[in-house]
Design a protein around this ligand. Structure first.
Ligand SMILES: NC(=O)C1=CN([C@@H]2O[C@H](COP(=O)(O)OP(=O)(O)OC[C@H]3O[C@@H](n4cnc5c(N)ncnc54)[C@H](OP(=O)(O)O)[C@@H]3O)[C@@H](O)[C@H]2O)C=CC1
Ligand SMILES: CC(=O)N[C@@H](CCC(=O)OP(=O)(O)O)C(=O)O
Length: 336
């Protein structure tokens, strides 16, 4: 029998990508899809790509009925809205992969400062597996609740954590400069993501003040003896999808060759990490769960480059990879 997966917030972008991946998964099937605003419509009415591929009606979220239809919930709600739903799903004994940021940080105070809301389930904060199987597989395999990482943090943590752990770079001087496609902002219309605002333009936002900065420091800090100090600046770029992070670090007795060795050693059993000799671009990973990593020497700095697809490795692909880990399946099922 297949594992039954329900998608909450099924009208959004990450939900569509998750459904697309699960449709080709040999051991999982999508059995429920929820929406507040499009109740009663077919899922294919809001995601026409699913026409004749998935025929399910969008239903309002009723936790008891949802938990009877599903073994696992992919909770694709915005942060703030997600935590209460996740709590109820866990109380109904449903396993949950939470796409939002509500359980990623380890400190309630830090969450409430950066997200500006009271956490509805503070006892759980700091107890949740962080869903990067390449680094936290041991925690994920026994977890009933997984915090899927943020898209920008995935692109920063994967290159940085092994180097910090090996003592190859200084912790206190790291600059993460990232570019994201517009789908990173979700499907709901907002002024800043309209075509006329974003087309033929690129601009930074939330300079040094983005909520993914504490997530990067929190997670990478687990690999370091001392606190990391990352300065993170995201940019919105006129592309549909993809994240490219250019990361400036100061080496500590390490050169580019050593960095590649550390990455290759750390990720030797990680099928989605590619340490490449060319400069990665978002097109090289578009639609895939790959993370492409490269390094170049530049003066007294090393420049690291990471490319991911924000909707796949940055969200829905990571969720499917986590699902595979929970059930002890090959990590690549549904993803290659
Ligand atoms: N887009 C990306 O690249 C990434 C997104 N994420 C995270 O994944 C989650 C989903 O993102 P994404 O799919 O892009 O977002 P979307 O805005 O595309 O979709 C979110 C869905 O959640 C539902 N929703 C919106 N607001 C509320 C609310 N207040 N209460 C209940 N339901 C609500 C909506 O469905 P309806 O109105 O039909 O109920 C909506 O379709 C978010 O937490 C996001 O931060 C993480 C990594 C990357
Ligand atoms: C381009 C763009 O707007 N990107 C989003 C990040 C998406 C994401 O991963 O956000 P969560 O941490 O909430 O899951 C942003 O900067 O808010």
């Amino acid at each position: 029998m297949k594992v039954r997966v329900g998608i909450i917030g099924a009208t959004g972008y990450t939900a569509y990508e998750a459904i697309r991946l699960l449709l080709r998964h040999p051991h999982a099937e999508v059995t429920a899809v929820t929406s507040r605003q499009d109740e009663g419509l077919s899922i294919a009415a809001v995601h026409p790509q699913l026409t004749s591929r998935l025929d399910l009606p969008l239903q309002p979220l009723d936790i008891d009925s949802f938990a009877q239809q599903c073994d696992v919930a992919f909770c694709c709600l915005p942060h703030g809205a997600s935590a209460e739903t996740v709590k109820q799903l866990r109380q109904a004994n449903c396993k949950v992969i939470d796409f939002s940021a509500d359980f990623r940080l380890t400190s309630v105070a830090e969450y409430e400062t950066w997200y500006g809301v009271k956490h509805p389930w503070p006892e759980q904060v700091g107890q949740v597996a962080y869903g990067l199987p390449e680094l936290f597989a041991d925690q994920i395999k026994d977890a009933d609740l997984i915090a899927n990482p943020g898209c920008y943090p995935t692109s920063a943590i994967m290159p940085l954590a092994p180097l910090i752990q090996a003592g190859a770079i200084h912790c206190e001087d790291i600059i993460v400069d990232s570019k994201s496609g517009v789908s990173g902002a979700g499907r709901s219309p907002k002024l800043g993501t309209l075509y006329c605002e974003t087309n033929e333009s690129i601009a930074p936002y939330a300079i040094g003040a983005h909520r993914h900065q504490p997530e990067m420091n929190d997670i990478i800090g687990r690999f370091s003896g001392s606190k990391t100090n990352i300065l993170f600046t995201p940019h919105l770029t006129p592309m549909d999808r993809g994240i490219l992070s250019t990361i400036y670090v100061r080496p500590q007795a390490a050169d580019a060759k050593r960095v590649r060795e550390i990455w290759r050693q750390t990720y030797r059993d990680s099928p989605f990490v590619r340490v490449v000799d060319h400069i990665p671009g978002t097109k090289h990973v578009a639609g895939t769960n790959f993370v492409d990593l490269a390094v170049k020497e530049a003066g007294d700095r090393l420049v690291l480059v990471a490319a991911i697809d924000n909707l796949i490795k940055g969200a829905s692909g990571a969720a499917v990879q986590n699902l595979n880990c929970i059930f002890g399946w090959d990590q690549t099922l549904g993803l290659l």
